[in-house]
Design a protein around this ligand. Sequence first.
Ligand code: ADP
Ligand code: MG
Length: 425
Amino acid sequence: MAAPSTRDRSISVLDAGSIHNISSGQVVVDLQTAVKELVENSLDAGATTIDVRFKDYGLDSFEVVDNGSGIPPQDYDYIALKHHTSKLASFTDLQSVTTFGFRGEALSSLCALADSVSVTTATAADAPVATVIDFERTGKVSKKAKAARQRGTTVTVSGLFKPLPVRRKELERNAKREYAKALSLLHAYALVPCAHDNKGVRLTVVHHTAQGSKSVQVRTDGTPSTRASVSAIWGPKALEHLVDLDLAFPVEPEAALLRRLGPAQDDERANEVKVKGLISKFAVGCGRNGTDRQFFFVNGRPCAPSKVQKAFNEVYRSFNATQSPFVIADFILPTDSCDINVSPDKRTILLHSENNLVQALKVCTRARVVSCAHRRVGCARGDVRALAIDVRRQPIPGSEQGRSGGDAAHAIRQGEGSAVPARRG
Ligand code: ADP
Ligand code: MG
């Protein structure tokens, strides 16, 4: 029967099941976001080993196995219910949240969007006895059983999108492409979140074909370094043309934000932004022919900031016209100058004063490359500081300021006509 036209209907509230299905489809939009949510849960649980297993490009199932904290028995009934989370108590905590998850929606969405979801978990107190928990589509527990397991959690998702025939067909039609996207996102997690200075995580990704053969796609050894992860993913040769990216610069709030904030000293307003990572040397032949290896993060969260990506490519091409850089850039900024709760899949991050940030980034990067060229070290192999600068403190050789000894940011602004302000005081 055809749905009644809107004229025939009066307003009414949707039933809980429909709401659940509608919102779940926004949290888990494709295979990569589904897998990402499970890996983030493992990282949030303090895991030091994470194994991701795909069966038949994820069409059959995917599974994430960790050695994290495990889930305590009193939480079993709630973990897959919408908006139940152990990570955030109220909206005001959102600004200071340091975990990947905070919406309490991933497991509940997966239950609504897959044939089956099963969790096997043990805390240190319960191991080696674990509990296997199966869920209904609504997120309610349907069955509990005992199994042997060390501390940690395994989440298995089978038949992703089977309850949504259109999405399932799309997934089947593009299985290899969707799998490749998931793999690329896992690379991002291996490069920064699993390679933080103080804590390395061993990440292994394995693919099992429908015929049963197995191939290792990623294996990092838990060394807490982005260079080690690059080498583990693409081989040591991939490091050959990379230099460290280590920038720091102030970003002025944009006019609209300033109006909202009211009067204050400029110094209090400028946010310091740091950018850490790796980038191709700024020289002909040192880049890549495509933009396939460009990974961006905000405070360690993988994201896809298109303006920032464009800025890197633009600056890079002014030194190497025919290529794009291999770039891994983690933007470290105050948590109150970005909003991580923009989209349900958490892939979009709103950067306050993004235009000023992009301008300052371009100016800082370009100035640094030029200054390195002046010192003839810009492309020296092994020069790990090649793209390190703090524009607030360091004189830039060859610039106005380098000659006069004045303020670095001021000199860059004058030279480039940029939005980067002179710092006072
Ligand atoms: P969120 O991560 O936003 O809290 P999820 O739906 O992803 O929401 O997870 C719900 C809850 O289940 C988490 O808050 C956590 O308490 C628990 N959980 C899920 N996965 C794991 C895991 N791998 N290890 C430990 N606890 C987990
Ligand atoms: Mg989560």
